[in-house]
Design a protein around this ligand. Sequence first.
Ligand SMILES: Nc1nc2c(ncn2[C@@H]2O[C@H](COP(=O)(O)OP(=O)(O)OP(=O)(O)O)[C@@H](O)[C@H]2O)c(=O)[nH]1
Ligand SMILES: [Mg+2]
Length: 609
Amino acid sequence: MMANLSNIRNFSIIAHIDHGKSTLSDRLIQDCGAVADRDITEQMLDSMDIEKERGITIKSQTVRLKYKADDGEDYILNLMDTPGHVDFSYEVSRSLSACEGSILVVDASQGVEAQTLANAYKAIDENHEIIPVLNKVDLPAADPERVKQQIEEVIGIDASEAIAISAKTGLGIKDVLEAVVKKLPAPATSQSNKLQALLVDSWYDSYLGVIILVRIISGSIKKGQKITMMQTGASYLVEDVGYFLPHKQNASELGAGEIGFINAHIKKLSDCKVGDTAILTGDEETKPLIGFKQNKPVVFCGIYPTDASDYDKFRDSLERLHLNDASFEFEAESSTALGLGYRCGFLGLLHLEIIQERLDREFGLDLITTAPSVIYKIYHTKSRNLPKEERVDTLLVHSPSQMPDSVHIDFMEEPWIVATIMTPDEYLGDILKLCTNKRGIQEGLTYVGSRAMLTYKLPLNEIVYDFYDKLKSYSKGYASFDFDECGYKESQLVRLTILVNSESVDALSIIVHKSKADFRGRALCSKLKELIPKQMFTVAIQAAIGGKIIARETVSAMRKDVTAKCYGGDVSRKRKLLDKQKKGKKKMREIGNISIPNSAFISALKIDD
Ligand SMILES: Nc1nc2c(ncn2[C@@H]2O[C@H](COP(=O)(O)OP(=O)(O)OP(=O)(O)O)[C@@H](O)[C@H]2O)c(=O)[nH]1
Ligand SMILES: [Mg+2]
């Protein structure tokens, strides 16, 4: 049975990382009786192994709940639990555009953090009605009154009726459900009864093919009808429609205002672009919905199988994983040091780490990763006289090996971000130093109680390097961080090449800012000196910018004591033996194939500055 529109509520649960969104979802599911008490587990919606182990949400999840409110009416609640980490903020945006309201969860012992702010603003931009909820009031450190004040001061929404809850003990959950029904609006009624379904998400099911999650804006959809995706033009016969309760449940029909899945035996994930509009085939004059802007990978790195014979398996694994997570990109690449591999693009460093871990865990692959990089723009000297917009030969590169010779480069640009950092006052000094060291430009500093809120413009390539780790360690984990891209700026960038016995090792080469090149070059060389084991011959490690060597280290050869057998005897005999050894070594150097341990590639890139 389709629900009456005025009795539907669609809402997202948003918050900073770890403030308790998934735990609150558990309680709401439990209170609505959707899952028997004995089947309740912690963070039920975090279904991937990696989510469970790390205790974080990576993918948004939707659940349809039935709730009998105090006014005696039956309501349908569509709840969307979202991830808190900045890398997955795209998931949040998509969920928000499928809903009319949000529950903003704030940990009452921590207060407003960087992602609280970022996600709250996203909800405001979507014209959402927002219910502020203060979680973890069971903790002794909780201070709900102070946090209420913070929400009003920093975010600027009314928090006087914020609900104090504990998602752990279940305190206040009923109040949250009542607020959802009373304060959040029902979906708007549409003028048309022609199907318009917003594609919110899609994923691959090994039995059914691609499943899509839709928000029905107008009209309805049922089994046996044929749908067309407006952007891609792909058409499919609908096999099933239904909801997640949280288990998958088929329904006879999905109607306006509802959120549910469509299974149409879709083979290609590329046919289903999230943000696209699905219509009934034949209704081509229907207007497409606004959709979302495509998210683009910002961090790139090369990934290579440790064992070259795993290459085919690696390619298959990437293809399979891509069906599950279309937000990473990959293209084949080869490196003289590492052989055949792929250059992959990710939404951020955590995303990179997770994909790498899934490749290892789900596909049993042993991989080497090169330094993460961003996309640089290179303006060619040929079109020097043209205005920037008319330069058609501008190159987008994310790997040093793609950089043309410096004589062909007119100038380069790198991406910048604007970061919001919130930190307890006592760590402010260190964090300011860190931002300056990362070439940051301070834009603002305000206080929210005893917490400082900093706005900084920073080059993205400094962020992907180790900014997040440093921020966490300088602030003992208390600082939080959010960022948005803010365009490209001209920058003095150079290619720093590492040469091992005069051969360039592209996997260790990087694109860096000129001011850091000397330091990084020296540091890389001395780090490699520690990491490369002694060989039978001398190994020279050099760092070069263009043709100029800026640093050099030498790994001296192992010296076998060839004169050991020669007791006493005259000097000329010893000489002779030593000369013979020298000749042998020379030969080895010529055919010399230095084995650089895999670990060197990763540790070499972790240099303190
Ligand atoms: N004491 C206490 N702990 C809580 C409460 N709610 C959640 N937690 C704990 O806080 C941690 C994070 O909870 P999650 O529900 O996974 O947080 P989340 O917001 O979903 O996190 P992400 O999805 O990674 O952003 C878990 O260890 C929970 O057990 C609460 O009300 N009281
Ligand atoms: Mg979660």
